[in-house]
Design a protein around this ligand. Structure first.
Ligand code: WTA
Length: 684
């Protein structure tokens, strides 16, 4: 083990003692084997799962080089399996039917429910039978638009059980977005719920779904059934304040739910009524490993959303294996991932990865700050969570409230803390480690994408000494390279385009209905490589530091800078909670830095602070990087999955109101506010 320093943290000994991979030597051996002999490495893992028929063709066949023909990836040719069977039946047959699959925790702390593997399986079979009775068959697309409730897990597994393809649309999307995605997928069934409370806000899912269905029918998409979960009669509503605003002062569109949902008997079917008339048994459909499992539209911080398509066999092996090793999962752990199932993190690490491992997880319906800012920590204490997985945006949002809301709870059960979604700045990493983890945990900063299906660069919590802000090393089967602009490989230390040289089992196979878009987006720039679109740096110890989307890079006076670098120096200042840096054209420097900062509670935006912040960047990076403009940002424009949309900030920086498509923003109103707050000197 290297010496522990302020920049290097060894794995927690309580983790490495029992770990599936407990040293860097073991990691290197396993990683080498996974590259030298993928068939032996993954072949061994296939033995843990049920395959109805074994591999008959090639174990792995692919082409990554667009100059040589069509891009394709195939794993486990000829084998047949069913992922739902592997998530549920396999465990129930092994006598684990009574084990808890999910502790469901509602938006309101008064609401909770326990769901076992046996119960899940029965409900999944019932829904599968309901779908079959409506004529849904292998290959058909089913859209799912639901809150974080067990029915969502049931719905996706039921679709997978009968060989259909799920397309889950995050429950915060508008009717237009839902309709666009349903049209693109040509979905024949929709599954939704009456409504949900998210924090103090009511989201009228059924109403939004009705609007989406109208949009679809105007474009000739015939939807056979809208299966609706009745959820609101089972949950506690937030207490509305007397002035009509919801409990914490936010004005909700509606502050009560009146039980009356519009009903169109020609398509609408209540979930509980449909389930009461069918059998709780249903044979799985044995599928080819390369048949599609689901499509998921990427969050779209740039461009039009794409239907990323994953297939069954490789995705199953990969999510199961990454879950086991990245979180070092053991029977008896209680695992809690805060991501919504509407995102890839929820697909891979709320549903598939944990269930394939027979794990016990927390499924949380609410938000981190409702009814109070200690909600995550309260849940960790309640269920004695040992493995916790969240996003830097949530960590930074909670850091703003200081240590006190964390310290109120007993978090001593924690052993591994994960991060995903964007580069985690060292400041947030250290707070996560020291305050949440009490300096006695392993942190895993997992880098991956909707497209990669599972973690591709990540520390292993029992093995890897971590440097805060670095995602460390490639996962098994992943062959990483950094390329320069001309496509030459950068060996050793350096910074460039982050690419992968060969397929790992969990990667996407195509863009739904548009294979050419798949090829041009990921394989055209550098023939022979999968291009992530992210930049990365390799340091002298071989650690990989993902620096952010290449499109967001800054070029100041000929120096290439990553947004992550600038933003993490700003966030080191105690008054700054969050920051975003973009480039603004400059007559001399080519580009200059324009930064947006959100302040922590109780601080005001004054000239003194601006000067301190400029100095901070200057001292951390260099005089050339000193920002020309710093503007106050009460909030940042983020996609619904929490990613900053920097292309909008670039427009604000130059005073251009032509923002392009901002419909995927969580709160589009922030854009106008930021525009008004532009500093005077930037208007010249
Ligand atoms: C970014 C989320 C740095 C990256 C699973 C990537 C990260 C995009 C990290 C994918 C991380 C995700 N460090 N950057 N640990 N994790 N990213 O498709 O830019 O929503 O390309 O998948 O998020 O986002 P997506």
């Amino acid at each position: 083990m290297p010496m522990e320093t302020a920049n290097m943290f060894n794995p927690a000994s309580k983790v490495s003692k029992i770990s599936h991979c407990s040293s860097m030597e073991q990691y290197k051996q396993m990683h080498d084997k996974s590259l030298k002999d993928p068939e032996a490495f993954w072949g061994e893992i296939t033995k843990e799962f049920h395959f109805e028929e074994k591999v008959k063709g090639k174990f792995l066949d692919y082409n990554f080089d667009i100059t040589k023909g069509k891009i394709f990836v195939r794993w486990l040719e000829g084998a047949k399996t069913n992922i739902c069977y592997n998530c549920l039946d396999r465990h129930v047959l092994a006598g684990k039917g009574d084990q808890v699959a999910f502790y469901w925790e509602g938006n309101d702390p008064a609401d909770a429910e326990v769901v076992t593997y046996g119960e899940l399986l029965k409900d999944v079979c019932r829904v599968a039978n309901v779908l079959k009775a409506k004529g849904v068959a292998k290959g058909d697309r089913v859209a799912i638009y639901m809150p974080m409730v067990k029915h969502l897990v049931v719905a996706m597994l039921a679709v997978a059980r009968i060989g259909a393809v799920h397309s889950i649309v995050f429950g915060g999307y508008s009717a237009d977005s839902l309709a666009d995605r349903m049209m693109d997928a040509q979905a024949s069934v929709l599954i939704t719920a009456d409504a949900v409370w998210r924090g103090p806000k009511l989201i009228a899912l059924k109403e939004i779904a009705d609007d989406a269905l109208k949009l679809c029918s105007a474009k000739d998409l015939k939807v056979k059934m809208n299966l609706v979960v009745q959820h609101m009669n089972k949950v506690t509503a937030p207490q509305p304040a007397s002035n009509g605003t919801a409990a914490n002062g936010n004005v909700a569109k509606k502050t009560h739910f009146d039980d009356k949902v519009n009903w169109d008997p020609s398509v609408d079917v209540w979930w509980h009524e449909a389930l009461s008339t069918v059998s709780s048994e249903c044979d799985p459909v044995w599928m080819d490993t390369e048949d599609p499992l689901f499509m998921l539209y990427t969050s779209g911080s740039t461009g039009k959303p794409k239907g990323v398509q994953h297939t069954i066999g490789g995705y199953m092996l990969y999510t199961a294996t990454t879950f086991k090793y990245s979180f070092d999962y053991h029977q008896g752990d209680v695992y809690f991932c805060t991501a919504d199932i509407g995102w890839i993190t929820g697909h891979s690490y709320v549903t598939y990865g944990p269930l394939l491992n027979g794990a016990t997880s927390v499924l949380f319906e609410g938000v981190p700050t409702y009814p109070h800012t200690g909600r995550f920590w309260e849940i960790i204490e309640k269920y004695k969570v040992s493995k916790f997985y969240t996003a830097p945006t949530a960590i930074r949002a909670l850091m703003k409230f200081g240590d006190e809301p964390v310290k109120k709870y007993d978090l001593s059960s924690l052993a591994v803390l994960g991060s995903v979604g964007e580069p985690i700045n060292p400041e947030a990493w250290l707070w996560y480690y020291r305050v949440v983890g009490d300096s006695n945990v392993s942190i895993v900063d997992t880098f991956w994408q909707t497209e990669t299906g599972g973690h591709v660069i990540t520390p292993l919590p029992g093995a890897t000494p971590c440097k805060p802000g670095s995602a460390c090393f490639p996962f098994f089967g992943v062959d990483v390279a950094l390329l320069d602009e001309e496509g030459r490989e950068i060996k050793g230390e350096g910074e460039g385009y982050l690419v992968f040289c060969r397929p790992w089992p969990g990667m996407m196979r195509t863009v739904y209905g548009n294979h050419e878009r798949f090829e041009t987006t990921y394989f055209k720039k550098f023939p022979g490589f999968y291009c992530t679109g992210d930049g990365a740096r390799r340091d002298s110890d071989g650690y990989i530091w993902v620096t952010g989307r290449i499109d967001d890079m800054l070029n100041v006076s000929g120096h290439l800078l990553s947004t992550a670098q600038v933003e993490s120096s700003l966030v080191e200042h105690p008054s700054v909670a969050e920051a975003a840096a973009v480039a603004r054209p400059h007559s001399i420097k080519g580009e200059c830095l324009y930064c947006f900062v959100t302040l922590t509670e109780g601080n005001s935006f004054e000239d003194k602070l601006i000067a301190e912040l400029k100095n901070k960047v200057r001292s951390k990076i260099g005089a050339f990087a000193s920002p020309d403009f710093i503007q106050l940002a009460p909030g940042l424009p983020k996609t619904r999955s929490g990613k900053i949309m920097r292309r909008v900030l670039r427009k604000i920086a130059v005073g251009d109101k032509d923002f392009g498509d901002i419909s995927t923003l969580a709160d589009p109103s922030i854009v106008e506010k930021l525009f008004e707050l532009r500093p005077k000197e930037s208007k010249k």
